[in-house]
Design a protein around this ligand. Sequence first.
Ligand code: PLP
Length: 485
Amino acid sequence: MTVSTTSPTPAPTPAPTPPAVAADAILRRQRARESSARTYARSFPVVPARAYGTTIEGADGRRYLDCLSGAGTLALGHNHPVVIEAVKRTVESGAPLHVLDLATPEKDEFTDALFATLPPVFAERARVHFCGPAGTDAVEAALKLAQTATGRHGLLAFTGAYHGMTAGALAVSGGVAVKRPVSGIAADVTRLPYPYAYRCPFGVGGERGAELSAAYTERLLDDPNGGVVPPAAMILEAVQGEGGVVPAPDGWLRAMRRITAERGIPLIVDEVQTGVGRTGAFWAVEHSGIVPDVMVLSKAIGGSLPLAVIVYREEYDRWSPGAHTGTFRGNTLAMAAGAATLRYVAREGLAERAAEVGARMTARLDALRAELPAIGDVRGRGLMIGVELVDPEGAPDACGARPPAPGTADRVRAACLERGLIVELGGRYDSTVRLLPPLVIGDEEVEAVLDRLADAIDAVTGGREAARGGVVRRSAGRRGAGWPA
Ligand SMILES: Cc1ncc(COP(=O)(O)O)c(C=O)c1O
C-alpha cells in the first residue's frame, strides 16, 4: 500500500461537450412535476451536465466544487478513471447487467475485494448478504437478521441517528419531523443518548458526557424496572453523519461493545456513510478497534453505483432462504465499479490521505472561529467534517454552546453555491454545514473549498468586520438566527 502525499485528483477525462440544454426549463419542469418530498434538488438548483473528480459542471456552464459527493458516496469523486474503466470493461464483456442474486464473476471479485478490507478477525468468520440497492434496505436486513437470530424484538438506537427512510430504519433514526406523520410505523425502540460533546444530552460535555451515556445505558439495561425487555440489537454509527457529523469517542464505542457483548446483544454498526476511507480508516470501527456483530455497508462500496450489503458473524446466519430477498440485489456494474473502488482506495492509501487532509481542513476551520464567531463548533473525523453555526449573540448553554442558527446555515449554503461550492446541512435544526469531499480532493481544491466557505460565512454574518472592531453589520443571517419556534 502506498500513501499518496500529493493531490491524487485525476485529470478530467476529456468528454464531449454536452449538448446545450435549457437548464432553466429543466428546473422549472422538474419543480412542477416532481414530488414535494424531493430533497437536494430544492437547495441546489443545478443541472449537472458533466462531472469529474471534485468538479460538477452545470448545463449553464457554471462549475462547482462538490463537497456533498452524493451524500458521501463518491470516495473517488465523479467519474474516476478507475470506475469508468471497470464499467466499460464489464459492459463490453457482455456480462448480464441484471442477475437477481445468481453467482457471477463480478460478485465473486467484489466479495473478495470487500473481505480483504474488513478487520481480519471479523472477515475470517463473516457472511455477506446482498440487499436491495440502498443503505436503508441493508439496515432493514440487519435488524431482521438480529431479530431472527435472537428471537427478540426490541432495538436500542441513539439520539441524532440516521439509518434511512424505510419503516425499520426510520424507527431507529432520531429525526422527529419525518417520523411524526407516520408514527404508527415505530418499532419497539429504546432511545439512548449519543455522546455529543458540543450539545451534551447530559449538559456536561466532553468525555464526561460520553461516560455518562455509557453508564446510563448499562444501568438501564440491568434495571429490572427500567422498562427495557432484552433487545434484539443495538444499532449505532461511529460518526453520525446526517446527525451533524458527530464522532463518538473511541472509549465510548468500546464501552458499547463491552456492554452489548456482556448481555448477548448483537451490535450493528452502520458504516453506510463512514466506510471506505471516509473517516481516515478504511472502516470507522478500526479507530476504536471494536469488532461489531453486523456491519451495514452501502454508498461508496458501489463506486458511484447503487449497492448495499450486510456483513455479519456467521453464527447469526440463522435466517431462512428468501428471508430478505429483492429483485435488485445483483447489480453487475455496481459490483465491478465497487470492487475497483475498494481496491484503489486500499492500494493508494486514500484512508490515510483522508486523515491527513481532514486534519488540515479541520485545523484551518477551527482557526476561523476567532474571526467568524458564527462558527460554534468544528468537528469530524477524516473527510467527514461538520461546522456548526450558531447565533454568536445568543446566550450560551451550560456547556458554552450558543443557540443553533438554522437561518444562517441555510443562507451560508446558498452563499456557498453562489461561490461555486456545494455543501449540505445536517444535524440539529439543520445548523451544521457538512463537508464530504471526495478522498481524492486535490490540495488546491482544498484551499478553494475553505476560502469559499469562509467567504460565504463572512458574507452572511459579517463576522470578520465585527472581529476587526468595525460596526457589526446586522445581516439578515444574524437577525434570522436563533432557536427555531
Ligand atoms: C448512516 C446511514 N445509514 C443509512 C443511510 C440510508 O442510506 P440510503 O439513503 O442509501 O437508503 C444513510 C444515508 O445517508 C446513512 O448516512
